[in-house]
Ligand binder design. Structure first.
Ligand code: ZN
Ligand code: ZN
Length: 615
């Protein structure tokens, strides 16, 4: 279905480009990334500029518009959706295919010599900017920061910026008062001799200030910029949201000034840039380029992202508790599926709503942490599939069903995937499932020396699939926030070319206290999808020896939801793997069983006992 006819909007945009209405010079091309000024993964409605101009609504993609052409680049997850949604004005550029040109190559083919290519510098990360600027200048074109956004200029009914109230978190939840966070960050700044630390990532700002918001669906963040000086703090935010209560919360920091959100860039230019400023290549070009080279201190990741990724004791307790309540809802859901699917009438959408219904009843529930992936049979092989009213397959007892879902609770964030069959899986389906499970177990029980980086462990999750000539085209794991973003940098486990944001940041050491997902899968086009995902906590391993006095690390699952025994080909499991599984299930019964009893769900407790009995 074509969502809309973009030809009139494109015509308007081409006029704006030609007349130079949003730039110092007329533009021969405009690049429209899927981003906001904070390089967020999920976007608020007013930031869906690429979707507005192209009609393509997938989460990843870049639109490029010239006077004659319009093209959209997206990755394998979205080829089918883009083909459906783009109208005749657009060329679909399938990233990762041999014959697909890069944006730079395509522009050099279609543009007249010495063209100006415009991008909103707030929407483009500084590192992407440098790369694009270099490639374009090699073929004689210029990358030009626009002075205002070109899409905003033609978007008549653009939604207003969100304006949602702030949530203040008590130290008993965060485990670290704002003041302590400031002291820790200032000591990092002192090591770098930085006068200013500029934080632009919304989840980092929320974490530092012990506040949450709801400006972006699924992500409990609010729009702001934060600049930490050696003895002052400058917060740029919608001032209407700073109530007396918020003021008192913020006053626990000395010398904090609250400014209007829109004045952040001016402040960087007029004040910060005169001193030594610590910035990051992942921040926008607008922010990073406002600081003269001689005053710039740059590291790959911000100290906040590293501190936030290593959870403190309170945060770990919260993540565990949230996962137990979430597991109660998931057990109720899986039981409901097993009982209801064989009777007929269940669809991917109705199943997803049912899972939400169970979750909403749990204490401290805030929202889902991402759109529920509820997929039956063939749609399970579309890795980022979310059912809609038009694409809504029945869930039947003849097919594999995959559900990847999670929620935000005040004390933690969850992300769990289970794959089940409500009838009789084939031997081949069971073999694939068991190989995915073996990889999941291999990674979960791995022991590795401190200093190991995320991507080094990726092979463990794939090796049992590789042995059978199988593989999967997505990352093996990502960090998870504490009542924050479900995909949290900088840690990740990636070697495959999955094209996701966290991939570039996976060159980070895994440390005790990090919560990461363990989520191998296998997808057979047009037939089924399998994924088994638990959030796991990195802890110190108890090893008999300590080579070169090194610490050795391992993982401990924090999600306890039974893995369907019907899908497991027991003969493919080694004795150790079987032991792991039986122990995991015993803990499921102990931890989640207790909570089920507490909440009075006796029929689900009975179901859980059956699911978790030893194999
Ligand atoms: Zn997931
Ligand atoms: Zn995940």
């Amino acid at each position: 279905m074509k969502l809309k006819d973009t030809s009139k909007i494109l015509q308007k945009l081409r006029e704006v480009m030609e007349k130079g209405q949003c730039s110092e010079l007329p533009l021969q091309a405009v690049i429209v990334p899927s981003s906001d000024a904070h390089q967020s993964e999920y976007l608020a409605p007013r930031d869906l500029r690429r979707a507005y101009i192209s009609g393509f609504t997938g989460s990843a993609g870049t639109a490029v518009i010239t006077q004659q052409n319009a093209a959209l680049w997206t990755d394998g997850r979205y080829f089918l959706q883009a083909e459906k949604e783009l109208d005749d004005s657009w060329i679909l550029m399938k990233m990762g295919l041999k014959d697909t040109p890069s944006i730079e190559d395509w522009l050099s083919q279609v543009l007249p010599a010495k063209s100006n290519v415009g991008v909103n510098p707030s929407l483009y990360a500084s590192n992407s900017w440098t790369k694009m600027e270099n490639s374009l200048s090699k073929v004689g074109h210029k990358l030009l920061p626009t002075t205002s956004d070109a899409i905003d200029a033609v978007w008549d009914d653009q939604p207003k910026p969100p304006n949602n109230p702030l949530v203040l978190l008590d130290d008993s939840i965060t485990g670290m008062p704002i003041k302590e966070k400031m002291t820790a960050l200032r000591s990092e700044m002192a090591k770098k001799q930085a006068d200013w630390l500029i934080i632009t990532a919304l989840d980092e700002i929320a974490w530092v200030l012990n506040m949450r918001g709801s400006d972006i669906e699924f992500n409990p963040v609010f729009f702001a910029y934060l600049m930490i000086g050696t003895n002052s703090v400058e917060l740029f935010i919608n001032k209407d949201l700073v109530t007396e209560k918020v003021k008192r919360h913020l006053d626990s920091m000395d010398n904090i000034s609250v400014h209007d959100y829109s004045s952040a860039l001016d402040f960087i230019t007029s004040t910060c840039s005169l001193q030594k400023v610590w910035t990051f290549p992942g921040s926008s070009h607008a922010v990073v380029s406002a600081i003269p080279q001689s005053n710039k201190i740059s590291t790959a990741n911000s100290p906040v992202s590293m501190m936030k990724a290593v959870k403190n004791a309170r945060e770990i307790d919260g993540m565990k508790a949230a996962n137990v309540r979430d597991a109660v809802a998931l057990c109720q859901y899986l039981q409901w599926l097993e009982e209801t699917v064989p009777q007929g009438g269940v669809t991917e959408c109705s199943a997803a709503s049912k899972s939400l219904e169970f979750r909403e009843k749990q204490d401290k529930f805030v929202s889902l942490s991402f759109g529920t992936i509820s997929s039956s049979g063939a749609t399970g092989s579309v890795i980022h599939y979310q059912p809609s009213e038009e694409d809504n397959r029945p869930v039947t007892a003849d097919e594999i069903y995959l559900c990847d879902s999670g929620a935000q609770y005040i004390d933690g964030t969850t992300d769990t995937t289970r794959t089940i069959h409500c009838g009789n899986p084939t031997d081949y389906e069971k073999e694939c499932f068991t190989r995915v499970l073996k990889g999941h177990i291999e990674l979960s029980r791995s022991v590795f020396p401190a200093g190991t980086k995320g991507y080094m462990l990726d092979t463990l999750a794939r090796m049992h699939l590789w042995r059978a000539g199988l593989d999967y085209m997505h990352g093996t794991g990502h960090g998870v926030g504490t009542f924050l973003n479900v995909h949290e940098g900088p840690i990740g486990m990636y070697i495959g070319n999955s094209g996701r944001i966290v991939q570039v940041a996976s060159d980070v050491e895994i440390q005790p206290g990090m919560v990461i997902t363990d989520e191998p899968g296998y997808y057979e086009d047009g037939k089924f999808g399998i994924r088994i995902e638990n959030a796991v906590l990195c802890v110190e391993a108890d090893t008999p020896y300590h080579f070169s006095n090194k610490k050795f690390l391992t993982f401990e699952p924090i999600a306890y939801v039974p893995i369907q025994k019907k899908m497991i080909a027991k003969e493919l499991l080694s004795a150790e793997e079987l032991e792991w599984l039986n122990n995991y299930h015993a803990k499921c019964l102990e931890i989640v069983g207790n909570e089920l009893k507490e909440q009075g769900h006796s029929s689900t407790l009975k179901w859980l006992k059956l699911q978790t009995s030893a194999m």
